[in-house]
Design a protein around this ligand. Sequence first.
Ligand SMILES: [Cu+2]
Length: 391
Amino acid sequence: MQVQSKGNDVTSKILGFVTGGLLAALSLPVWASEGINSRFNMPRGVSTYSASIYDLHMLVFYICVGIGVVVFGAMAYTIYKHRKSRGAEPASFHENTKLEIVWTAIPMAILIIMAIPATAVMIELYDTGGSEMEIEVRGYQWRWQYKYLDEDRNQTLEFFSSMATPREQIENRVVKDPNYLLEVDNPLVIPVNRKIKLLLTANDVIHAWWVPEFGLKRDAIPGILNDVWVEVTEPGIYRGMCAELCGRDHAYMPIVVHALPQDEFDAWYEEQQTAFEERQAMAERTFEEDELMSLGRDVYNRFCASCHMANGQGIPPTFPALDGSPVVRGDRDAHIRLVYEGVPGTAMQAFGGQLNAAELAAVTHFQRHSWSNNVGDITQPVDVLDLMSGQ
Ligand SMILES: [Cu+2]
């Protein structure tokens, strides 16, 4: 009776073992061909070192698979071969020094073997030497600023990159875009197949620049320059976001990078420089009132509305209302100065470094003549220039 039940047990076990093994063997090639590039695996990325990181990951993965096969294979074999029903007696090798040395030495050797390629990749990641281009990346609450520090060009190029996802999508009034919260007005543009050094820093609090497909994430800390590098190998549009909790709109400071072939990049750079010069020239012009209002509204919505709200009501007591504000309705020069210099120690930043004279004049004029404010004066770029140069 007992013997028979044991026999059945063994047969079903063997059957289970064989089917299991067969299934595993059959699925292995599928795994190898598709699984490796599937969403279950780490993506390979598009930069030279994201590929190194990926290769390292796969190497360590295969070593682990090898260890798994050997360990579990040996276990399965001994469990089956030396089972109790065959009368196997447990061997006793308690406190066997030789054996203990061996099973400490083997894992140690494996760890050392894995540490060699891991260290090589780490060294590669941190080596910013031999870069062909430098870009400063500066975090602000809540946007990024990119500054091309290229000595060969006749002028440095710099601009802000702010989220461009419309508020209607955030407030669920319209359907969300596939790139919801991952769109910006001015993306960072870089050439492919060039080693680019990025100098990361921040103006207010700690931010972090993170683009998963580059295999790159590093903190942007006020007062510190962190240098990293990237060499993108495939043209395309890559997205990321600030990866450090940096305040109220932390979720709203995405990163978009356009990687272009060198000639397209050069054409883009030329175009940007012309546009930059045109904007500079604007500061010397005299504006009509409606021009000031429309430029001012644009600047306000991009730079001020996140705190003071589009309707000028702010979020008191944290962010004061500008509608009816004594500052906005009061002395114009003091108003300009406040926007230019900010209010130290508060979230009200100094916008002097972020906006040019025309934009500052327009946003000042806009606040003084919007909502229920109607001061009845006019602010020209030249007023801003005079005020700020004479301080
Ligand atoms: Cu941030």
